[in-house]
Design a protein around this ligand. Structure first.
Ligand code: HEM
Length: 408
């Protein structure tokens, strides 16, 4: 069993607690999208406190409009919610112009061009190493043995961490990811990660290497560099933003393909279909159903007045299944005409890591299909399914394949 799971007694119950054991939230989302496209939820006021209403936005156009208007709909709520674990200078929770400055300092490393060189030497190597461990078995659980470890090893590699530190890094990752469940452990991991990164950053400042930490240490715009605090925040952000989303999306994509042999066979035969399968997977079941914004002034959206200081949540999972935008929106259909979806977010905070995520998912599916002939869901597997109403992904993916020697 992978190192990560030793830290959690039961991965399923972890997922339930964080995300809710909801198999199919989509009928309810469709009803709300029809009947109450901007839903106002009045919070019961705490004694002595005014409870502000929360708004949930279900339609594509309304969500797009609010994400475009990042002055009225601020990202500051992220710092209010996650500041303790991610730091006060985390890009995801900053507004312009500070956000733009931070983002431009790191964006080069995440461009398609900046990432190309990692394809074989890191992403492919990590994928191959994980498959080596079970290729001869003829069966595996792709969540426990592949998708969960894969992105965190890649982030560790991008950062240039020494290989012997990976298990510890992964334990801190899981504690950080599950901090809502266990705040004490999450905060301890956040502090431990900063302590761990500090001497590495110090060393890279004097002796830069070919890795992301060196790049962050060196990045400069108009003579201005990232502060240590900004770097630590960014590095910690990579765990929830880059590990959790990717392992879940990859699980969702694999589940979709494995559940539909015609589409799986099509991809197996023609790998140039993979990019559209990846986008369709993110549309069909984004790993994160919703994100959050806070109004900076009284405003109105879709005819609904929204007071200043309210949380407004664009429900990405609903916008991605809007009937008048996608035909049969509940179907995973990699052959459908491609249209932009909001699974990667939209506007100035649109996912910085999307090129990396696409590269990781493309490489993973290619390797799994190449190295595990006859890959299919195990008919005796324990009812694998996608679940969750905050995050979504399968908890297990039991598969069978024709076992071949591990040096194949
Ligand atoms: C399929 C995988 C992924 C999905 C679906 C995804 C989705 C998202 C979404 C929805 C946002 C916007 C959040 C908001 O506006 O509040 C976002 C932002 C972000 N993502 Fe991703 N993400 C994925 C993978 C990654 C990876 C692999 C990385 C990096 C290693 C990454 C790094 C980031 C960062 C740094 C931000 C914040 C950008 C900013 O504030 O300007 N993501 N992502």
């Amino acid at each position: 069993m992978s190192q990560l799971f030793e830290d959690l007694e039961d991965f399923g119950s972890f997922d339930d607690a964080v995300s809710g054991d909801v198999r199919d939230p989509y009928p309810e989302l469709a009803r709300l999208r029809r009947e109450e496209p901007i839903q106002r939820i009045d919070m019961s006021a705490m004694p002595g406190e005014e409870g502000k209403p929360v708004f949930i936005v279900y339609r594509y156009e309304d969500a797009q409009q609010m994400l475009r208007d990042n002055v009225t709909f601020s990202s500051s709520g992220v710092i209010a919610a996650f500041g303790p674990v991610l730091g006060e200078r985390v890009m995801l929770g900053m507004d312009e112009p500070v956000h733009g400055r931070l983002r431009s300092l790191v964006s080069k490393a995440f461009s398609q061009k900046g990432l190309a060189r990692w394809q074989d030497e890191l992403v492919g190597r990590v994928g191959n190493e994980l498959i080596d461990r079970f290729q001869a078995d003829g069966k595996a659980d792709l969540v426990k043995q592949f998708t969960f470890d894969y992105p965190s090893r890649i982030i560790a590699g991008l950062l240039g961490l020494p290989e012997q530190d990976y298990p510890q890094f992964q334990r801190w990752s899981i504690s950080l990811l599950s901090w809502i469940l266990n705040p004490e452990r999450g905060l301890a991991a956040a502090a431990a990660l900063c302590e761990y990164f500090a001497p590495i950053l110090e060393a890279r400042r004097t002796d830069p290497q070919d890795d992301l930490i060196s790049l962050l240490a060196e990045a400069e715009i108009d003579g201005e560099k990232l502060t240590d605090e900004e770097i630590f925040s960014f590095l910690r952000l990579l765990l929830p933003a880059g590990v959790e989303t990717t392992y879940r999306s990859l699980g969702n994509l694999l589940f979709a393909l494995l559940s539909d042999t015609a589409q799986l066979d099509a991809v197996r035969a023609d790998r140039s279909l993979l990019p559209q399968a990846i986008e369709e997977g993110v549309r069909w079941n984004p790993p994160l159903l919703t994100i959050t914004r806070t109004t900076t002034c009284d405003t109105e959206l879709g005819g609904v007045p929204i007071p200043a200081g309210c949380s407004v949540l664009p429900m990405l999972g609903s916008t991605n299944r809007q009937e008048d935008r996608w035909e049969d929106p509940d179907e995973f259909n990699l052959f459908r005409a491609q249209k932009a979806n909001l699974g990667w977010g939209y506007g100035v905070h649109v996912c910085l890591g999307m090129h990396l995520a696409r590269l990781e998912m493309r490489t993973a599916v290619n390797l799994l299909l190449d190295r595990l002939p006859g890959l299919r869901l195990d008919p005796d597997g324990d009812d694998p399914h996608i679940r969750g109403q905050v995050f979504r992904s399968p908890t297990s993916l039991p598969v069978l394949f024709d076992a071949v020697g591990s040096d194949a």
